[in-house]
Design a protein around this ligand. Structure first.
Ligand code: UT7
Length: 331
């Protein structure tokens, strides 16, 4: 009998827009302070996409970087999966736009809408296609232009988010990081605590919807905070139990980068020391699904070889999930 196919990450890529918005800059936009933002969130600055720069534009740059690093030709890519909550259009999918901009045709392309957990959902989805033998190489992209759905008059949300994109090539043929045990979940009872109410069929665009700012992100921050810690910890604990390992054997924790206080609380409960936790929240803010993809690119620059990386995230939905990446010696 032949060996089961393993799903592995061959390469990653990332892109952050040039323009940087600091906490000091925000002080001249809304009534806030560097001190408030830093102590409540840990964020110091975030990248903001240019006016005409779309989610797919950012995704394509990250994708090209991952493809180049993988050293594969475009015709070896069997599918494109994109995680985003800020698609270029309601339809077609941002994956379709990325396919077009890469000059690839025919292969299946689709988006995953699992908010900040989107990249973990996408990695797990790609892994299933690889393991069953349907595809050999899948291009994953997580890209967000959150600045386009931010209410720049709402100080409780506009200080939190940033734009960016990350990508990976998941393969059944080679690669150093194996996609291992995972847990995915959603608690749909809390769809009202983090959403963009306008633009879909629930509240189509109208003069009234625009006047009422229905096309901007709305969040009940404290409620999200409460469930974030609970669901991230529970997800990570389930993965550790499934893999039959303790948190001590984790070399790096890559949590969703929403808020430093949430990250610290998760690290403490999982008993993973601060120095093993990867952070980009200070420099990038919360980039939703792109936080984990840009983060993974950063992690893999530091960690290679025989290492265990635990990813964990939560987001609107409420979605949550965790994934174990295990370094393999045989590339
Ligand atoms: O990817 C998932 C997305 N979301 C999250 O993970 C967010 C989770 N939640 C959080 O991170 C926190 O709840 C926030 C950072 C959003 C807010 O922190 P908080 O400690 O929960 O603050 P709060 O909402 O209780 O607000 C405290 C005070 C309020 O003033 P009063 O009512 O006490 O006078 C707010 O009006 O802080 C005020 N405030 C601000 N002050 C200065 C809210 N935003 C700001 C601001 N600058 N930007």
């Amino acid at each position: 009998m032949s060996e089961p196919i393993k799903a592995r990450i061959i390469s990653t890529g990332a892109y952050l827009p040039e323009k940087i918005l600091t906490n000091k800059d925000l002080e001249s936009i809304v009534e806030t302070s560097d001190e408030w933002i830093t102590t409540r969130t840990g964020i110091k600055k975030r990248h903001i996409a240019a006016k005409n720069e779309t989610t797919s534009d950012m995704g394509v740059i990250a994708a090209k970087r991952a493809i180049e690093k993988a050293g594969i030709s475009y015709d070896k890519i069997d599918a494109i999966i994109v995680a985003t909550i800020t698609p270029d259009m309601l339809f077609p999918s941002t994956a379709s736009f990325i396919q077009k901009k890469l000059g690839i045709t025919s292969i299946p392309c689709f988006d995953i809408g699992a908010a900040c957990t989107g990249y973990i959902y996408a990695l797990v989805t790609a892994a299933q296609f690889i393991k069953c033998g349907a595809f050999k190489n899948v291009l994953l992209v997580a890209a967000e232009k959150l600045s386009a759905i931010t209410d720049w008059e709402d100080r409780s949300t506009c200080v939190l988010f940033g734009d960016g994109a990350g990508a990976a090539i998941v393969s059944g043929e080679r690669g150093n990081m194996e996609i291992g045990e995972f847990f995915l979940g959603t608690d749909g009872r809390f769809t009202d605590i983090l959403n963009v109410p306008g633009g879909g069929v629930f509240c189509p665009a109208s003069e009234e919807s625009i006047k009422n700012k229905m096309h901007f992100l709305k969040m009940k921050g404290q409620e999200v905070y409460k469930y974030a810690v609970k669901y991230m910890c529970e997800s990570a604990e389930k993965v550790l139990a499934k893999a039959n390992i303790s948190s001590e054997s984790i070399d790096c924790l890559l949590p969703h980068q929403a808020n430093m206080r949430i990250i610290k609380a998760v690290g403490k409960r999982l008993k993973i020391p601060q120095e093993k936790i990867y952070l980009n929240v200070h420099d990038c803010g919360n980039m939703s699904a792109a936080s984990s993809s840009v983060g993974l690119d950063g992690v893999l620059k530091k960690h290679n070889g025989n290492q265990k990386i635990l990813m964990v995230a939560f987001g609107a939905g409420l979605t949550f999930g965790s994934l174990l990446l295990e370094g393999m010696d045989n590339q």
